[in-house]
Write a protein that binds this ligand. Structure first.
Ligand SMILES: Nc1ncnc2c1ncn2[C@@H]1O[C@H](COP(=O)(O)OP(=O)(O)OP(=O)(O)O)[C@@H](O)[C@H]1O
Ligand SMILES: [Mg+2]
Length: 261
């Protein structure tokens, strides 16, 4: 019997309410990490980090330099370093803590790292082709190109010769070309002029409107909070705050203590 069926039986609620409750529970249980501890050698960097992400939302993961934001994203993407020693990671009911990086990527966790990792010697389109090689395809190229028309114009150009903003577009496009259930963005606005940042912001809003779930790490906390539904603040590898983006923007003490804004 489904959970909804059990629910109806237990509470005599209408099936509609039970189905809606089940859908809400599935959204709420979309992605979670609990008690993550990750190490570089003997240094304990991510300390007991727990949080949830609902389906379709954008969560800003914020904190000062060295707070552990990149390390947390890398632990979620199951990178080898930092080494995840304890804790659990669940995506849509599937465990990730026991997976390797390539398995997490096949399951739909796509990390866009700070340095963007555009592959030298390959054109824009060949960079997309390479992302698709493992199978589990996501958006068609035409859909990616309509999100980022500049990539279409430059699709035969070597990826590493693109501007910083265009390289960021390609890095996000590459994540979209694969099956994408959780997009992890590390400092996507770094080094970008405001006008280019706005193009990326608009694209990320479209990505959210397409139902994709995102965790964004950004030094530009104000820009990230403008986009985000909720925020998690890390401090020395621990979760110091979780709440809505508005809670953070409205709380001067919090902004002063952890974000210097
Ligand atoms: N490869 C590594 N080996 C050892 N220590 C590391 C390594 N990478 C990061 N650290 C340390 O882990 C801590 C957290 O770093 P991390 O890069 O996760 O922080 P961050 O919040 O992303 O910072 P930033 O805002 O500067 O990008 C820092 O003290 C950093 O020095
Ligand atoms: Mg970082």
């Amino acid at each position: 019997m489904s959970a909804a069926g059990a629910h109806v039986g237990a509470n005599n609620e209408s099936p509609d309410i039970a189905v809606a409750a089940e859908a809400a529970a599935a959204k709420a249980g979309y992605f979670s990490v609990s008690n993550l501890r990750a190490y570089y050698g003997d240094s304990y960097i991510v300390q007991n980090v727990s949080f949830d992400v609902n389906e379709g939302e954008i969560v800003a993961l914020l904190g000062r330099n060295g707070a552990g934001k990149t390390s947390t994203l890398r632990a979620i993407a199951r990178a080898e370093s930092p080494e995840l020693r304890t804790g659990e990671i669940w995506l849509k009911g599937q465990s990730m803590h026991d997976k390797a990086a390539y398995e997490a990527a096949l399951a739909g966790i796509q990390l866009v790292p700070e340095d963007r990792r555009i592959i030298p010697g390959l054109t824009v389109e060949e960079n997309l082709d390479l992302a698709c090689i493992a199978g589990n395809l996501g958006w068609e190229y035409e859909r990616i190109y309509s999100l980022f028309p500049r990539l279409k114009e430059r699709r035969k150009q070597e990826g590493t010769t693109l501007s910083g903003g265009e390289q960021q577009m390609l890095a996000i496009g590459r994540a979209l070309a694969r099956e994408l259930k959780l997009l992890l963005l590390d400092e996507p606005y770094e080094g970008l002029a405001p006008v280019v940042r706005h193009d990326i912001e608009n694209a990320l809003i479209e990505v959210r409107n397409a139902g994709i779930t995102t965790i964004i790490v950004e030094q530009n906390a104000v820009a990230a909070l403008k986009l985000a539904d909720r925020a998690i603040i890390l401090d020395t590898g621990e979760v110091a705050f979780t709440g809505t983006a508005k809670d953070v923007l409205d709380n001067e003490q919090l902004r002063h203590d952890y974000l210097a804004i």
